[in-house]
Design a protein around this ligand. Structure first.
Ligand code: SF4
Ligand code: SF4
Length: 115
């Protein structure tokens, strides 16, 4: 019985082809609920700092003057807490991952001076 199961597995593996993707020729498609990266619709943000206070990894920095919202993506553990607490619902979880980076950069969003 075991040899039959093993033979079936071998045949299945031969017919199905590789389980891995031919990256980067074939890109992975993410589901809608994938927690990729936090995005901010900065025009709706009121710079209240709620997201920064609740972030467990201290990844978000908010300053009122100048009006800036920044995120250290290497610190973010994509827990979604900031998205849940934002009173203006301007934060969202994009289902794509941030591209690889060589340096530790803050993703800074600034409100334009005339707003
Ligand atoms: S909680 Fe929302 S509105 Fe407040 S600073 Fe963060 S992103 Fe802006
Ligand atoms: S998803 Fe979690 S870890 Fe990432 S910035 Fe928001 S609160 Fe912080």
């Amino acid at each position: 019985m075991k040899s039959f199961t093993m033979a079936r597995t071998v045949i299945n593996n031969l017919v199905k082809g590789p389980a891995t993707l031919m990256y980067p020729q074939r890109k992975r498609t993410f589901t809608a609920i994938t927690r990729g990266r936090v995005e901010n619709d900065i025009n709706k943000c009121i710079f209240c700092g709620m997201c920064s206070k609740r972030c467990p990894t201290y990844a978000i920095v908010v300053t009122k003057e100048p009006k800036e919202w920044g995120i250290d993506r290497l610190k973010c553990c994509t827990c979604n807490l900031c998205v849940e607490v934002c009173p203006k619902k301007c934060l969202s979880m994009d289902n794509h991952y941030f591209p690889p980076a060589r340096e530790r950069l803050m993703g800074i969003h600034k409100l334009r001076p005339n707003q």
